[in-house]
Design a protein around this ligand. Structure first.
Ligand code: SF4
Length: 228
């Protein structure tokens, strides 16, 4: 079984086991659009959830909208609670994430973690586009594992894919993707917290790049925060 067949098999396994109680969490990055395309092409009826943190780059909104128009998949967008954001900004300002790691984590908590919890409430399993080679912290991940953070089953059907596999798939299947990938953004998050990387830099070096070497380069959506 090749990697694509295995990915389809895991997605079908998730749908067979959980029906409408399994959701794909998508940020419309390269891996996520591969998964969207596989669902679309295979006619797999899996609900898709995504977070609009309020600080996304325009290019992310553009690809989000392309997918909304291209597919019949149900894509539900979740926003942070307005009163939580207002209280945080009143206390620490709009650019608090540059002040300290604690404030950056607070912002991720308000704008990402809490909305994701709401998006996943009622679900029994979720699907991510995580790949093992993306980061040291992901070396021990499994294709199907227990997510202790959210108390759900977690499916990582691209676990074995390399970055080259992802881009080969995107190009062979003419998959709509985030235009920032063509500007040296391998990993895309919120606009103020993501920059392009230089040749030879770690693919995640553009995320929260101002933090020191001992900082964690994850926002808490996935377990096992990593060292940069
Ligand atoms: S990535 Fe930056 S702007 Fe986005 S939620 Fe985290 S700290 Fe806030």
């Amino acid at each position: 079984m090749d990697k694509l067949e295995q990915t389809v098999a895991w997605l079908k396994q998730g749908l067979d086991a959980y029906g409408q109680d399994i959701v794909l969490a998508s940020s419309f990055g390269a891996e996520d659009v591969v998964l969207l395309d596989i669902l679309h092409q295979q006619g797999l009826d899996m609900r898709v959830i995504s977070l609009d943190t309020g600080r996304l780059p325009q290019e992310t909104y553009d690809v989000m909208d392309k997918w909304r128009k291209k597919t019949r998949l149900r894509i539900d967008i979740y926003f942070p609670d307005a009163s939580d954001v207002e209280a945080m900004v009143k206390q620490d300002g709009v650019n608090l994430f540059y002040d300290s790691i604690e404030k950056r984590k607070l912002c991720c908590h308000v704008r990402k973690i809490l909305p994701l919890k709401r998006a996943l409430s009622g679900a029994k399993a979720w699907v991510t586009g995580l790949r093992q080679e993306q980061a040291d912290s992901r070396a021990d991940m499994q294709a199907i594992e227990d997510d202790k953070v959210f108390g759900l089953k977690k499916f990582n059907p691209l676990i074995m894919w390399t970055a080259q596999d992802v881009w080969d798939y995107i190009q062979s299947n003419d998959v709509p993707y985030n235009a920032l990938h063509d500007q040296f953004y391998p990993s895309i998050g919120c606009a103020p917290c993501t920059r392009a990387i230089a040749v030879g830099e770690d693919p995640r070096a553009g995320r929260w790049w101002w933090e020191q070497d001992d900082a964690v380069a994850e926002c808490g959506l996935h377990v096992s925060p990593i060292k940069k």
